[in-house]
Design a protein around this ligand. Structure first.
Ligand code: F6P
Length: 553
């Protein structure tokens, strides 16, 4: 076992949790509820407009306290304070991770390499406000003088998933006639189909790329630029219709974007944490700046809760520790995100990048191999749709899959009894996962249907639901800018909490680079312009030949 593993796993706190897990193995959650009338009330915490019922987890007070003790032994509070203070917690890139500064309404300076980032954030928000207002009030128009009606946001990864999620989530707050579209994929279908929906005279193109070096974004932007020029024929109009959000102003200008149309990004903000910066512009353009500021306020409320709430009542801490509990002590290798709200349909996609890009690591901050599991596979989708797809595997499959249910108490679209139906579905799924159905109950149900004994014995095992599948229930009053901000910030901090326990740098992402590097060698070969290199293999060579002989283009 690597030294790093034994440093964590030989802690007395870890050993105690291993013993508690063994004891709990044979304890059904139904018994925990039956023996403890105060369980639901005790395992219910609130913060920043969100409530968490975590009573349907395979924990007792001993296990819960054991997890908190593990967190303390990993200096979670010190690490959290270092993050919020702006220490260089991203050690491999020697940077702070100051996404919390993007939503901090305070004026106290936070210095990074001699620059006050608070002032930079305030200035950028003011610039965004001026720009958004000019578009929504139509003092800024398209090149032909018509009001702007559409914004096409071109970006990928963190420069795409967050704005897309929030743009959709806040659709009830869309103002005026502005619509937003998102293009990410290098698959030309993405940009081509989007361009069919918009009019060059009334469309803004927002190139979103922290590095301004990302292949997908640059190639899609080039297509959009050419399409725009083909229609309007006037290079000067680019300055009216193309904007960029980037830390690489020089390359944005070289692309033809006016310096006044470049909004800043900074090294101290990670891509997957950048929604709160000018990367959020497509959202601000459709919901208006007031609502965008409310989104920031919701996230800031969660930052304050994370900073101030005692660990046992701290939403990101409790959720992060429960994730570690299942990941490292119960062998769960995936975690389901199940929003029961159509507006939150892209939450699983955003959290997939947030969590898996942050904690998909095999070495600690010192570069030593870990020897224990880190980030689980994050997946999911909206309820009730998922109930008719993958919930079967959660209920009766062989794997343990912890799940987060997320649901608002009130809907924006009251129609017949739909929202109560949705809520009933959500609660019944969480209860079915927890309580399951025993063989005895399955038998008696079949008997009540009048089946013969042999038929009952044949069918009953198939109707058994083992239960004991853990879940969290995360509740908000309604999907609003504030609650959406708090929800996303909650998961950001949950990701950080897990990373602290595992001892990894949650803010770098070196693993995504190799594929990009190799792509540079493969592309010329597909285009018939490059030679075979030693950095290849017979499978890759064969597939390149297949593409070439099919005349692929
Ligand atoms: O490839 C991963 C990644 O680096 C993400 O972390 C980032 O959000 C995305 O690419 C896009 O990067 P950029 O904003 O620089 O185009």
């Amino acid at each position: 076992m690597p030294d790093t593993a034994s440093k964590l796993t030989s802690k007395p706190e870890w050993k105690a949790l291993e013993r508690l897990q063994q004891q709990l193995l044979a304890t059904p959650m139904t018994r925990l509820f039956a023996d403890d009338p105060g369980r639901a009330e005790r395992y219910f915490i609130e913060g920043a407009g969100l409530s968490l019922d975590f009573s349907k987890n395979r924990i007792t007070d001993d296990a819960f306290n054991g997890l908190l003790a593990l967190a303390r032994s990993c200096q979670l509070e010190d690490r959290r304070d270092a993050l919020l203070r702006g220490d260089k917690v991203n050690t491999t890139e020697d940077r702070p991770a100051l996404h919390t500064a993007l939503r901090n309404p305070g004026n106290a300076a936070i210095m990074v390499d001699g620059v006050d980032v608070v002032e930079e954030v305030r200035n950028t928000l003011d610039r965004m406000e001026t720009f958004v207002t000019s578009v929504l009030e139509q003092s800024r128009t398209g090149y032909s003088g018509n009001p702007l009606t559409d914004v096409v946001s071109i970006g990928i990864g963190g420069s795409y998933l967050g704005p897309k999620l929030v743009g959709e989530a806040l659709q009830p707050y869309w103002q005026g006639s502005m619509r937003c579209h998102f293009v990410a994929n290098i698959d030309g279908t993405d940009i081509c189909e989007t361009l069919k929906l918009v009019n060059p005279e009334t469309t803004l193109f927002l190139i979103q790329s922290k590095s301004f070096r990302t292949q997908e974004t640059l190639e899609n932007s080039a297509v959009a630029r050419q399409w725009f020029l083909d229609h309007c024929g006037d290079e000067a109009a680019i300055a009216t219709h193309f904007l960029a959000v980037t830390a690489n102003v020089a390359d944005a200008e070289a692309f033809g974007i006016d310096a006044d149309n470049v909004f800043p990004m900074w090294d101290w903000v990670g891509g997957r944490y950048s929604l709160w910066s000018a990367i959020g512009l497509p959202v601000a353009l459709v919901v208006g700046m007031d609502n965008f500021r409310k989104l920031l306020a919701g996230a800031h409320a969660m930052d304050s809760h994370f900073r101030d709430a005692p660990l046992a009542q701290n939403l990101p801490v409790v959720m992060g520790l429960l994730s570690v509990w299942y990941n490292n002590f119960w062998g769960a290798d995936t975690h389901a995100i199940l929003p029961y709200d159509h507006y939150l349909r892209s939450l699983p996609d955003h959290l997939q990048q947030l969590d898996m890009e942050s904690n998909g690591k095999s070495v600690n901050e010192a570069g030593d191999p870990l020897g224990y599991e880190t980030g689980p596979v994050i997946w999911g989708g909206t309820g009730s749709n998922g109930q008719h797809a993958y919930h079967q595997l959660i209920h009766q499959g062989t794997r343990l899959i912890p799940a987060d249910f997320i649901i608002p108490l009130k809907t924006h679209n009251p129609v017949a009894t739909h929202h109560a139906d949705l809520f009933a579905n959500c609660l019944s799924q969480a209860r079915a996962m927890m309580a399951g159905k025993s063989l005895e109950v399955a038998r008696s149900e079949l008997k009540a249907e009048g089946l013969a004994d042999t038929e009952i014995e044949r069918l009953a095992p198939h109707k058994v639901i083992p239960g004991n599948k853990p879940s969290n229930m995360l509740i908000m009053d309604k999907v609003t800018p504030e609650t959406v901000g708090a929800l996303i910030a909650l998961y950001e901090h949950r990701t950080f909490v897990q990373g602290v326990i595992w001892g990894v740098d949650s803010f770098d992402q070196w693993g995504v680079e190799l594929g990009k590097q190799l792509g540079k060698g493969i592309l010329p070969r597909l285009l018939g312009e490059g030679e075979q290199t030693s950095d290849s293999d017979s499978s890759t060579d064969h597939l390149i030949d297949l593409f070439r002989s099919a005349g692929g283009q």
